[in-house]
Write a protein that binds this ligand. Structure first.
Ligand code: GTQ
Length: 354
């Protein structure tokens, strides 16, 4: 028996609490006071970790997959870039997914649609297409192509070479809300509805067909789905020529949905940046875990306590609230996507510039 009554009492209370926990467990009842600090944290504690995928390594495995399975059989021939901190989730961040998709000459990745929104960022190859509701976007390196949620899409390759792109989807977000629906069209490709590039002509030049006319044919909330590399690269070059870079970000442009001037899709924001040779960003954190692709140049990134060299087509992931600095060894051009727009809508987004 313990000599100290106070200790005895509290030991006794502890034992009774443990008994209470055991008695409650079959009814699926748990004491908040044991876990409150872990649930409501003072700052984000992402389970994801900073990581890098070298393009050449991933590409070699993707090529091997190309020997072993067709796009038709696979439905989508994709290697998932899964965050090492969250095995089994297929997420690269807590809310987003990334994959490298390949389509070989003559193949079609069959037409389907789903609740998940997707972006494609082209890594290599010229001239294969993604068709959205029967309209082809002919893809070239570093083009951004969207397949907004519930729009039919198939991918095809009528060229003589492999085409590889990065898929960015909101798969974990849709899973979080238990809101996933998907359908197959039942034929490999959607019948062609208009000529390739039609949407860009109608909606991609700060104009739109007059409302109420038949020419206004795309869904009003999501009219544009192709953002070609030559256009965004020229805009970024003009910005870089005109002024000094933002100390925390570099020169940066966000892709927008012309329907509302907001992010490209309801759950995913995307941007490009240019860091001039020798430039180093000041440390910054943000709540939107971000996937970055090196488009051009080389450099170095520090993400939390991890260091990465950056070469063309490498992919890195920055978890929520990890401090980031990026150094440009040459003019360094990056493409990035995150859930920033979703967090802004929910009133959650924060950043800190040190
Ligand atoms: O191309 O539709 O990487 O549905 C994952 C799911 C690509 C696609 C992915 C998909 C797609």
């Amino acid at each position: 028996m313990a000599p100290d009554t106070h200790g005895l009492l509290s030991n006794d209370t502890d034992a009774q609490l443990r008994q209470l926990y055991e008695a409650m467990r079959p009814q699926h009842l748990y004491p908040l006071w044991e876990v409150l600090g872990a649930l409501v944290t003072p700052t984000p504690r992402a389970p994801t970790v900073a990581a890098k995928w070298e393009y050449a390594t991933a590409r070699a495995h993707l090529m091997r997959a190309g020997d072993l399975i067709s796009a038709e059989k696979a439905e989508r021939r994709v290697l998932i870039l899964e965050n090492p901190g969250t095995p089994g989730t297929a997420g690269i961040t807590t809310s987003l997914y990334a994959g490298l998709q390949m389509i070989l000459p003559g193949e079609v990745a069959p037409c389907h649609r789903h609740s998940q929104s997707a972006l494609r960022f082209v890594m290599e190859g010229h001239g294969a297409y993604t068709a959205v509701d029967g309209e082809k976007a002919v893809m070239n390196p570093f083009d951004l192509v969207l397949t907004p949620n519930w729009q039919w899409h198939d991918h095809g390759n009528t060229t003589d070479h492999a085409m590889i792109w990065l898929d960015g989807l909101d798969i974990p977000t849709v899973r979080h809300f238990d809101a996933s629906f998907a359908e197959h069209l039942g034929q490999p490709a959607h019948p062609e509805t208009v000529r390739p590039g039609d949407s860009s002509a109608r909606y991609g030049h700060n104009m739109r067909p007059m409302r109420g006319t038949a020419a206004d044919r795309r869904p009003a909330h999501q009219p544009l789905f192709h953002y070609p590399y030559p256009q965004w690269r020229a805009s970024l070059a003009a910005l870089a020529a005109a002024e000094t870079p933002d100390p925390w970000i570099g020169h940066a442009l966000e892709f927008i949905n012309p329907a509302d001037g907001g992010a490209i899709m309801p759950t995913i924001s995307a941007h490009v940046r240019l860091l001039p040779t020798g430039f180093e960003t000041k440390p910054r954190r943000s709540t939107d875990g971000t996937v970055l692709v090196v488009v051009e140049g080389h450099g170095h990134a520090r993400v939390g306590d991890r260091e990465f060299t950056l070469s063309e087509r490498d992919v890195i992931v920055v978890p929520s609230w990890d401090e980031v600095t990026i150094q440009a060894g040459s003019d360094l051009v990056l493409f990035g996507y995150s859930d920033r727009t979703a967090q802004e809508k929910l009133g959650l987004y924060r950043e800190r510039r040190a």
